[in-house]
Design a protein around this ligand. Structure first.
Ligand code: PDD
Length: 286
């Protein structure tokens, strides 16, 4: 059965949803997006995702077509119309359909597209084994805080990992850790979590924020700073975080073991806290 999607005010089967070729999302990648996990049909940190969406829309000077209440209703309806208790909602807003011209069109309605897919988080074996990553120079623009649909740099950077049989590409800009091609990156050094700052060189991850909160609430030392590649390569642990991957240990970087080449003790602590948070807050909310 075709999943149900939402396009410009209508719910319809995915195979009946079409966008005109002159949509600026197609022509210019002129739009922004969000990805929100849904656990047991509860939407994860909706307010935070909508706040980040507003930041992205402001960053590209596009008016928000919906209030937060409207977004909440649309997302909940989309989830209700699709199968599976755990889903992830992808939605994007483009600057709409207009004659091709770089400058913003006048009086053009934005295009709103939303879909939901089954959320399949990392299997336990993968969590226990950990993943391999490679590194690359972060050659993206300097507004990585905007969740832009123009993802060609991220696509090319992710493919570098795939070409090397790895799962993610860890990015360094002028030798300083920024993030992954589609994730945020943390390191652990002598029991202290090291995190890059939420500046214009990384996407402010919602999962990143939860890791910071859990570390603070449970007394795990955490330091935010600009970390040189040499320090990251010498770290005891490396992790990636994202809405769909949650927290995953990176056990090899550029074919070299990270720490002792196994998921570390701080990772296991954070993994347990994250799973506990999901069970308590998402699966059985008050
Ligand atoms: N990507 N950095 C980048 C470049 C990302 O694309 C993502 C997530 C993150 C993590 O953000 P969050 O924790 O809010 O998911 C960081 C999503 C999942 C995607 O593009 O599919």
């Amino acid at each position: 059965m075709s999943p149900v999607v939402h396009l410009n005010g209508q719910f319809l089967p995915l195979d009946q949803a079409f966008v005109p070729v002159l949509d600026r999302g197609f022509i210019f990648g002129d739009g922004v997006y969000e990805v929100i996990p849904v656990y047991s049909r509860h939407v994860f940190r909706l307010e935070e995702h909508l706040r980040r969406l507003q930041h992205s829309l402001d960053g590209i000077r596009l008016a928000n077509p919906h209030t937060d209440e409207e977004w909440g209703q649309l997302i909940r309806e989309l989830v209700a119309r699709n199968a599976g208790d755990d889903q992830y909602v992808y939605f994007h807003i483009t600057r709409g359909v207009a004659k091709r011209d770089h400058a913003f069109p006048q009086n053009t309605a934005p295009t709103v597209f939303m879909m939901s897919s089954p959320l399949i988080t990392s299997p336990q074996e993968l969590v226990e084994t950990g993943i391999s990553a490679v590194s690359a120079n972060d050659n993206r623009w300097d507004r990585c805080d905007i969740k832009s649909i123009a993802l060609l740099p991220n696509v090319l950077l992710r493919q570098v990992a795939v070409d090397h049989g790895a799962a993610e590409t860890v990015l360094f800009r002028d030798g300083i850790l920024t993030e992954g091609s589609a994730s945020n990156i943390f390191a652990v050094e002598n029991g202290v979590i090291l995190a890059p700052p939420k500046d214009n060189h990384m996407l402010p991850g919602i999962t990143y924020d939860l890791v910071l909160e859990l570390a603070a609430a449970h007394g795990i030392p955490l330091e935010i700073g600009k970390y040189h590649e040499s320090r990251i390569r010498a770290a005891n642990e490396l992790w990636l975080t994202s809405s769909t991957k949650e927290v995953l240990p990176i056990i090899r970087l550029d074919a070299q073991p990270v720490g002792d080449g196994k998921p570390g003790a701080v990772f296991w602590k954070m993994h347990a806290l994250y799973q506990d948070y999901k069970t308590r807050v998402m699966r059985s909310p008050a």
